[in-house]
Design a binder for this molecule. Structure first.
Ligand code: APR
Length: 318
């Protein structure tokens, strides 16, 4: 049970590593990053963060080994690889503004990962998420069941936490579904949102619900404005939940970015949809019956992802 996290000297990657280690099911988490320079000196952020986290093992009570490295040979034989390498957003930026720089990084990292773990499963976290997942799929040559993006668990967690606070119930008791791209066009679905199985509309009026849907869509940007960089606690926890579901073959049902081949009327495009996650990655893409309004919103979201993908292909042609 070996997990690799690339970009683990950064905020999201180190949070994924820590969350996986604390869950204590893996033998080893390999934390990869590059050698950075600070004030003229070389620094090794993934080695530093790995050591710091390992020093917390007696307190958190885990024995998962944390191996900070800059050498991909250490990643050999990884069951699951999480890619968080890349640059985060700054205030005023959209996720799509990261396209060119992160596409090059994700391509490079994916090549190195599959060289050493040719049958791995890849979870992409770098943004713009849906297109970066496509880059990882095409670069790796892996089956589409083995490449996915982390977005839906995070976006629904934001939606659920906002609803819980508004209604005054535990976030554990809010269930929700959200589809579409990881951006402002994402599609939270109130019709599939419940409080312990009871329709959400029984607990909240339409205007407030709409306000929360809109806040969810801009949830990442809200944090970028507060912190000057993008979020890591909830994204890291969400990616760790996907790693656990796959490695423990849990058959969990989550919204994840999956490569669609006809499902939801989309072809060869990553989009957030409910999937069953377990051994081997995506075991099933689940199709729900959408009404016309929901399908229209999903199509709009897909159009947006298509436009960013087109921009990526044009960049590659150059
Ligand atoms: N190989 C390995 N690591 C790399 C590479 C590379 N080619 N290029 C950059 N990195 C590392 C950086 O050195 C840094 O440690 O990726 C890490 C990114 O960490 P942060 O700058 O803290 O960014 P973070 O907030 O973690 O976001 C990373 O996740 O949620 C997304 O939009 C976010 O795309 C961004 C990514």
């Amino acid at each position: 049970m070996k997990v690799t996290v690339v970009g683990a000297g950064g905020n999201v990657g180190s949070t994924v590593s820590m969350a996986v280690a604390q869950r204590d099911f893996a033998e080893e988490v390999v934390m990869v990053d590059i050698v950075q320079e600070k004030d003229g000196d070389k620094i090794y952020p993934s080695k530093g963060r790995a050591l710091d986290q390992w020093e917390s093992s007696p307190i958190h009570k885990f024995d998962t080994k944390l191996n900070g490295t800059v050498d991909y040979e250490d990643t050999a034989g990884s069951d699951v690889c999480v890619i968080t390498a890349g640059v985060p957003r700054k205030p005023g930026m959209s996720r799509d503004d990261l396209l060119e720089i992160n596409a090059n990084i994700v391509q490079d990292v994916t090549e190195k990962l599959v060289k050493h773990s040719p049958n791995t499963i890849i979870i992409v976290v770098s943004n713009p998420l849906d297109v970066m997942a496509q880059v990882a799929l095409e670069t790796s040559g892996l089956d589409s069941s083995r490449v996915m993006g982390m977005a839906g668990i995070l976006d629904t967690a934001r939606y659920r936490s906002f609803l819980a606070e508004e209604i005054g119930v535990s976030p554990k008791d809010i269930q929700a579904l959200l589809l579409g791209g990881h951006g402002d066009t994402m599609v939270p679905l109130p019709r599939f949102t419940t409080v312990s199985g009871m329709p959400i509309k029984q607990f909240i009026d339409d205007d407030k619900l709409e306000e929360i849907v809109e806040r969810t869509k801009g949830g990442g940007g809200e944090l970028v404005n507060l912190m000057g960089t993008s979020a890591w606690y909830a994204p890291g926890a969400a990616a760790a939940q996907m790693v656990e579901a796959i490695m423990l073959d849990q058959d969990r049902v989550f919204p994840c970015a999956a490569n669609l081949n006809g499902e939801y009327g989309q072809e060869d495009l990553f989009l957030g949809v409910p999937v069953k996650l377990g051994k081997g990655g995506i075991k099933e893409i689940i199709e729900v019956d959408l009404n016309d309004e929901e399908q229209e919103l999903l199509d709009e979201s897909a159009d947006h992802v298509h436009s960013v993908l087109k921009e990526f292909r044009q960049l590659m042609d150059k």
